[in-house]
Ligand binder design. Structure first.
Ligand code: F6P
Length: 341
């Protein structure tokens, strides 16, 4: 069997570990693996290279993706899906493993209508893909956020400041909520619940009454201020999947707070620092399990599915099912936002 693999969308730590697992587990079962470069651009433009066990040696702890990534969308390009099909046929690729977020999963699913046998591996630091307990990369990003909050605490305490940390999370607040809990943020803001600057101000004031002379706010890039009528956008230009670049909500809050606070308010945007670097142990293990499961599904002929973590098990779920839903932070966890209030 000949399996192609690609990595699309925003990268995250653990992709290389998944590639290593696909190739090594594949080799054990006489599966030849080929890597397509630069996301969906690879199969569109026939950018492909064999991946041997030697090629993936030493990758377990290396972040990013050796295949490169892009936000190319074959469905927005003239003849795009047909190009992918032609590349698959020309190279006698039996099945395609797509590692990425919901956009990548969506393309993989729609290509099945063109006869492409695809298997998805959910990978995004945002953890917003439905149908799996966790996506690859989430726990690594959480480590970076927790470390950032630890560092912000010491300097905030020394200088008696309000420090705001802006993190990723376009529509779901997993990074902000879980990072905020792990790093002890005093105010946690998520896209699921529009916020009022007044409420942030009041929380900080309540801390001051308790003689706490600093406060830490964590905010997801997708959190929207009540009354602003939408998210804070950095660049209005949309990508091939229709997303605008978010960013600036931290500075928006800082500006509003500064109008009425006597202590300085400063912003740190963690940006790509939370997406780079070595995968956390959890992600190395998840990547290894997802990669091996993808090969197992290919060998048994189960396609148009996504590898999913359900408790301790890795299972195949229909890609269409995963894509039908969004994955906000569930109501059962949002109590953590105000746990100590
Ligand atoms: O991969 C998802 C994500 O991490 C989002 O949270 C963020 O909005 C986006 O990537 C930004 O990615 P890029 O700037 O690479 O397009």
């Amino acid at each position: 069997m000949r399996v192609g693999v690609l990595t699309g969308g925003g990268d995250s730590p653990g992709i290389n570990a998944a590639l290593r697992s696909i190739v090594r587990f594949g080799a054990k079962h006489n599966v030849e693996v080929f890597g397509f470069l630069e996301g969906w651009r690879g199969p569109m433009e026939n950018l492909m290279q064999p991946l041997t066990t030697a090629d993936v040696s030493g990758l377990l702890h290396i972040g990013g993706t050796i295949l490169g990534s892009s936000r190319t969308n074959p469905f927005t390009l003239e003849g795009g899906p047909e190009c992918v099909v032609d590349t698959m046929k020309a190279n006698a690729i039996d099945c395609l493993v797509a590692i990425g977020g919901d956009d990548t999963m969506g393309v993989a699913h729609h290509l099945s209508e063109y006869g492409v046998k695809a298997i998805g591996i959910p990978q995004t630091i945002d953890n917003d893909i439905a149908g799996t307990d966790y996506s690859l990369g989430f726990f690594s990003a959480l480590e970076a956020i927790t470390d950032a909050l630890d560092r912000l605490h010491t300097t905030a305490a020394s200088h008696h400041r309000v420090l705001i940390l802006e993190v990723m999370g376009r529509d779901a607040g997993w990074l902000s909520l879980m990072g905020g809990v792990a790093g002890g943020a005093d105010v946690i803001l998520v896209p699921e619940e529009p916020f009022k600057v007044d409420s942030i101000f009041e929380k900080i004031k309540r801390r001051e009454l308790l003689k706490k002379r600093f406060s830490i706010v964590i905010v997801a890039e997708g959190a929207s201020p009540e009354g602003l009528n939408g998210q804070v956008v950095d660049e209005a230009e949309v990508d091939a999947f229709g997303h605008m670049r978010l960013g600036g909500v931290g500075q928006y809050i800082a500006n509003k707070l500064s109008e009425r606070m006597h202590i300085p308010v400063r912003v740190t945007n963690l940006a790509y620092l939370q997406r780079g670097g070595s995968p956390a142990p959890f992600d190395r293990i998840l990547a290894t399990r997802f990669g091996a499961a993808a090969i197992e599904f290919a060998l048994e002929g189960t396609f148009d599915v996504m590898t999913a973590l359900h408790g301790m098990k890795i299972e195949a779920i229909p890609l269409g099912e995963a894509l039908k839903q969004t994955r906000p932070v569930p109501a059962g966890l949002t109590y953590l936002i105000d746990l100590f209030e």
